[in-house]
Design a protein around this ligand. Structure first.
Ligand code: CO8
Length: 258
């Protein structure tokens, strides 16, 4: 496979597992790590042999945020010119589902990275938080936006204004994440969900993700129209013919993504 400095990639069947490997810094997301990560996610996104990706960190940290040492001496102009968020914006355009398997710290940019994923599975020891306020800054990659949509205004403000992390159990109760499992089973459970998704028709999966994305930032009317057009589009796919015939013939479908 490809070799990277800060990540590793494993593909098994239709499922890719991407692991952040800057463990000594709690996977602090420096510029080079983010560049590697997003480039690889984009590569997997156009690989016909991959249908779903799991993103994970170490047992102690999913990611402890942006790399503070890269920001400590930077001026506003330098930060603006650096444009590090461009990388983050590209995650939004990935078409295939991305599942976060979170153990340990998901703080600041790490929490934002988890929220940029489609599904979040957490180990019991996971901690989610937006501690930027402790550093005299605020989130810059969706922390004030995605968090509000996920948990509501009151909870989001408490998390953002106190900087205090919440537990996996709280995150589950707040609707930030999908499920909590024993830490040692976290990656396994995320891979299981990824396998289930990758057994479905890839085009249907892609258009469902797109349509749900639309629900985030359009009116109900526009979203409904978008959904319907995606529905009609799928009716023209070979996988629709295969899926419905397989049902009628009482057999398993064989989906090819066309
Ligand atoms: N940046 C740089 N280095 C870090 C970071 C970080 N975010 N987090 C941890 N490290 C380093 C530590 O400096 C330490 O390095 P060294 O061994 O060389 O001293 C090493 O990782 C281990 O960390 P600790 O010794 O602190 O480990 P502890 O187990 O005592 O504590 C914590 C773990 C609680 C995670 C602690 O390290 C911590 O609080 N980290 C900072 C968390 C934080 O404030 N995150 C927010 C960063 S700001 C941000 O994310 C802004 C987002 C903007 C959008 C993203 C754009 C890219």
């Amino acid at each position: 496979g490809r070799s990277y400095k800060y990540i590793s990639v494993d593909v098994d069947g239709f499922v890719a597992l991407v692991e952040l490997r800057r463990h000594q810094a709690h996977n602090a997301l420096n510029l080079e790590l983010m560049e590697e990560l997003v480039a690889e996610l984009e590569r997997l996104d156009v690989d016909d042999d991959v249908r779903c990706t799991v993103l994970t960190g170490s047992t102690r940290a999913f990611a402890a945020g942006a790399d503070i040492s890269e920001m400590v001496d930077a001026t506003a102009v330098e930060m603006k010119l650096r444009n590090q968020f461009r990388c983050w914006d590209r995650i939004r355009w990935l078409r295939k589902p991305l599942i976060a398997a979170v153990n340990g710290y998901a703080l600041g940019g790490g929490c934002e990275l988890a929220m940029a994923c489609d599904i979040i599975v957490a180990g019991e020891n996971a901690k989610f938080g937006q501690p930027e306020v402790n550093l005299g800054i605020m989130p810059g990659a969706g922390g004030t936006q995605r968090l509000v949509r996920a948990v509501g205004k009151a909870r989001a403000l408490e998390i953002l204004l106190t900087g205090e992390p919440i537990t996996a159990e709280e995150a589950l109760q707040f609707g930030l994440i999908n499920r909590v499992v024993p830490s040692e089973l976290c990656v396994q459970e995320a891979l299981r969900i990824a396998q289930v998704i990758s057994s479905k028709a890839p085009l249907a999966v892609q258009l469902i993700k797109e349509s749900v994305g639309k629900a985030y930032d359009s009116t109900l009317q526009d979203g409904m129209e978008y959904e319907r057009n995606c529905f009609y589009l799928l009716c023209g796919s070979q996988d629709k013919t295969e899926g419905m015939r397989a049902f009628m013939e009482k057999r398993q479908p064989f989906f090819q993504g066309r």
